[in-house]
Write a protein that binds this ligand. Structure first.
Ligand code: CA
Length: 225
C-alpha cells in the first residue's frame, strides 16, 4: 500500500510540482492551500506524512504544527522559504521531524521523506523482547528461549502493547482503548481475563514473572534479566 502524504503549501506551483513528483514515486497525495484546511485534513489521521509550509494564509505553519502535535505523532517535514535558524530550531522544538529549505532539489525532498517514513516503521515491523521472550511483529510470532508460544490474536495484541511499553505501568482503561479499541462496551475485567490467559501460556509454562500487576493501577512488563 502506498504511503499517503498531505501537502500543505499555498504556492500552488510548488504544491503541484511536489504532487506530481511524489505521484511518480508511487505516493498518494492530497493538497491544501491554507493552514486551516491543512489542519483539518491532517486531523483526519489518514496521512502517513505531512509536508508543511511555514508561511501560510489563515493559520501559520508553526501553529498548524503545534495543533497537529496535540493529537498525532505523524512525521512532519517543514518547508521553509527562509534559511532561518530560528525557524528550524522552533520547528524542531515544536515536534517537526525534519525541515527543508526552499528552493529544494526534489531528490533531496524524496530522501527526507523516505527517511522520515522509515523512522515510523520499526514499531510495526520490529522485534520486541523481555526476559527471554521474543515477539516478532512482522511475522506475528512469539517465542520463549526459542520455543514457540501459540497465542490468539487478542492475546498477541495485548502482549504486543505491553512489550512496546516495557517498564511503563499501563492502566486497564488504556489497554482497553489500545488493544480492544474505543468502541469496546464490555467489562473492564476483560483485561484481567486476558492477562490470566497470557500468564497461563507464558509465566506458568516457563516459570517466570513477565507480566506484573500494579494494584489499583494496571499492568507492566519488566525486563528481569
Ligand atoms: Ca508559503
Amino acid at each position: 500500500m502506498s504511503s499517503k502524504i498531505l501537502i500543505i503549501e499555498d504556492e500552488e506551483k510548488i504544491a503541484r510540482f511536489v504532487e506530481l513528483e511524489l505521484g511518480y514515486e508511487g505516493y498518494t497525495t492530497t493538497k491544501a492551500f491554507d493552514g486551516r484546511t491543512g489542519l483539518e485534513l491532517a486531523e483526519t489521521g489518514e496521512f502517513d506524512l505531512v509536508l508543511l509550509d511555514i508561511m501560510l494564509p489563515q493559520l501559520s505553519g508553526m501553529e498548524v504544527l503545534r495543533r497537529i502535535r496535540r493529537t498525532s505523532s505523524v512525521p512532519i517535514i517543514m518547508l521553509t522559504a527562509r534559511d532561518s535558524v530560528i525557524d528550524k530550531v522552533s520547528g524542531l522544538d515544536s515536534g517537526a521531524s525534519d525541515y527543508i529549505t526552499k528552493p529544494f532539489a526534489i531528490e533531496e525532498l524524496l530522501a527526507r521523506i523516505r527517511s522520515a517514513l522509515r523512522k515510523t516503521m520499526p514499531e510495526d515491523s520490529g522485534v520486541l523482547s523481555a526476559s527471554g521472550l521474543v515477539l516478532d511483529t512482522g511475522r506475528r510470532t512469539v517465542t520463549m528461549m526459542g520455543k514457540p508460544i501459540d497465542l490468539t490474536k487478542r492475546e498477541f495484541d495485548l502482549l504486543h502493547f505491553l512489550l512496546k511499553n516495557k517498564g511503563i505501568v499501563i492502566s486497564r482503561e488504556s489497554l482497553l482503548e489500545n488493544v480492544w479499541g474505543f468502541d469496546f462496551t464490555g467489562e473492564t475485567n476483560a483485561v484481567d481475563v486476558y492477562v490470566r490467559f497470557l500468564r497461563g501460556k507464558i509465566d506458568e509454562v516457563f516459570d517466570i514473572k513477565l507480566i506484573h500487576t500494579v494494584r489499583g493501577v494496571g499492568y507492566v512488563i519488566k525486563d528481569e534479566r
